[in-house]
Design a protein around this ligand. Structure first.
Ligand code: SF4
Length: 521
């Protein structure tokens, strides 16, 4: 069969879709992949594609027997746009897969012909041979001839990840947006897209799938309930992982860093970690980046193994240091003492790696100022330097927090309040959120930091004065940065900064208008 797989996410690593492609190719199908990354920020709330891009994607797909589109919630409108245009031109079955169709199958079937629930490799392969007997394919929902939604039996998670070949990087069968056109992928283009990630020339992959935790805001919260009887966390064998890396390095000799984007890489056992690290050091020996570190899977012994293998950066999910929020809202049973112990352990090895990255979630409507101050107080106590990855709490469908937010009418309109919300766009204009940035980016003496979060300062409204002072210093800082760029002739950085400010202003204004309109309704 000829199959076209379309990725509408902003990240061309698209691990899931590439795995499906490899799986289908192994079964003898011909697969073409089209990557349509389009940054979600930069003033584009819905970030739809220009007409000519849609026309080109439609044209490229015209000889397909099946078209698969993988999407997350934020890319819903793009998937709708492409699907509607594909349907306008031909009658090829369009299948949606990914986390959004999995948690919102009924809504997805308003546009797609078939929806894959859960992991797609086995389901799509099964579907290719039973396209006229859809009721026999486990793990799909579809509409029958009367328009009624048929919900087939669920397909279990794939237990043995080694049955899936490594992700498809046969770039000759791949296409990607570049400027205002879609081009055949080539090495310079591929490299250019990789450079958009944290570090240029980094190869991103995954060694595991799933997570045993079920934090109330995370997609694993849905999976833990949906697959309640199954083992959620699964790992590829070391040989499978190393073979993938060897093949990739042979193909793309410019790769200099290997990064894992697993949900919980550190959940593998000590012995598995040891095995991986020994083989990695022996066969790959490149700088290594690992996120997926959490309070419940961290151990100093595993960290030491990774450092010996070349670990250059670690990323720890903290989310909040309000023990109440962690316990009562996020379902994360962790004390600040435990978090502090982990951070101090990481700090012991700071000379061997880059400053660690800590994930935090802001804009939680159920957090009080006291909760936020608890997190800021924690930041004052931990060793610097560190990087913060700050997110705005987003109520993704399928999670417990989505249901709670719906019930409490915090979500009035899914499209505007959730799908179009960019989870990195936290509110920058609140005093306490501003302090997260300042504590991270400025070297403020501890006593001053403590003063800035003084409760009297906040309750009496005096914080407005300090906020003004902070913003004034920020303005001066920006002025000198701009001046420096001007003297260096680096006009592009000034232009990018101004563009970003204008776009942020546009987004905020548009969100404000939308929420006012919705509130009026
Ligand atoms: S530990 Fe991380 S990946 Fe696991 S459920 Fe919580 S947020 Fe999700």
């Amino acid at each position: 069969m000829k199959i076209t797989l379309i990725s509408v996410t902003d990240d061309i690593t698209a691990f899931g879709l590439r795995s499906i492609s490899s799986y289908l190719k192994k079964a003898g199908h011909s697969v073409r992949m089209i990557f349509l990354p389009q940054p979600f920020y930069k003033g584009q709330l819905s970030a739809k594609y220009p007409d000519n891009i849609i026309d080109e994607a439609v044209n490229l797909s015209k000889d397909s027997d099946l078209i698969g589109i993988s999407l997350m919630t934020n890319h819903f409108e793009r998937a709708v746009q492409i699907t509607q245009n594909l349907k306008k031109h031909f009658d090829i079955p369009v299948i949606w897969g990914g986390i959004h169709p999995t948690v919102k199958p009924d809504e997805s079937l308003e546009y797609a012909d078939i929806v894959i629930i859960g992991e797609g490799e086995e389901t799509l392969q099964d579907l290719t041979s039973k396209i006229d007997e859809l009721h026999k394919v486990k793990g799909i929902y579809f509409k029958d001839t009367s328009g009624k939604i048929v919900k087939n039996e669920m397909r279990p998670l794939i237990c043995d990840l080694d049955t899936i070949p490594p992700p498809d990087y046969d770039i000759e069968d791949h296409f990607v947006i570049e400027g205002n056109k879609i081009y055949n992928m080539n090495v310079p283009l591929f490299r250019k897209y990789l450079a958009r990630t944290y570090k240029p020339d980094t190869y991103y992959t995954m060694a595991t799938r799933g997570c045993i935790m079920n934090c109330s805001y995370c997609c694993n919260n849905f999976y833990s309930r949906y697959y309640s009887e199954q083992k959620k966390f699964r790992k590829r064998s070391t040989k499978h992982i190393i073979d993938e890396l060897k093949a990739i390095l042979k193909k793309f000799d410019f790769i200099k860093v290997i990064a894992y984007s697993d949900d919980s890489f550190f959940s593998i056992s000590f012995d598995e970690m040891k095995d991986f690290c020994i083989e990695y050091k022996k066969n790959i020996g490149m700088p290594l980046q690992i996120p997926g570190v959490s309070y419940w899977n961290f151990s100093e012994e595993k960290l030491k193994l990774c450092l010996d293998a070349g670990l250059e950066r670690i990323r720890l999910g903290i989310q909040t240091c309000s023990e109440r929020t962690n316990r009562e809202i996020y379902k994360r049973n962790v004390s600040n003492k435990k978090l502090l112990d982990i951070i101090k352990t990481i700090d012991k090895y700071k000379s061997l790696m880059e400053p660690p990255m800590y994930d935090l979630i802001l804009d939680n409507p159920w957090e009080t100022d006291d909760d936020i101050i608890e997190t800021l107080t924690f930041l004052i106590e931990i060793p610097k330097p560190y990087h913060l990855s700050l997110h705005s709490l987003t109520f993704f469908p399928g999670t417990e927090l989505y249901e709670r937010a719906k019930k409490e009418k915090l979500i009035i309109d899914d499209l505007n309040d959730v799908y179009r919300k960019y989870y990195c766009d936290f509110k920058r204009n609140t005093y306490l959120n501003n302090l997260f940035l300042r504590f991270w980016l400025w070297n403020i003496p501890k006593p001053v930091e403590k003063l800035l979060i003084n409760k009297t300062l906040i309750s009496t409204g005096l914080y407005r004065v300090t906020n003004l002072m902070i913003n004034f210093i920020r303005l001066i800082e920006l002025f000198f940065k701009g001046l420096k760029s001007l003297f260096r002739g680096n006009l592009s950085s000034i232009y990018s900064y101004l563009l970003e400010r204008i776009n942020t202003y546009r987004i905020t204004k548009s969100l404000y208008k939308t929420s006012r309109k919705t509130a009026k309704k």
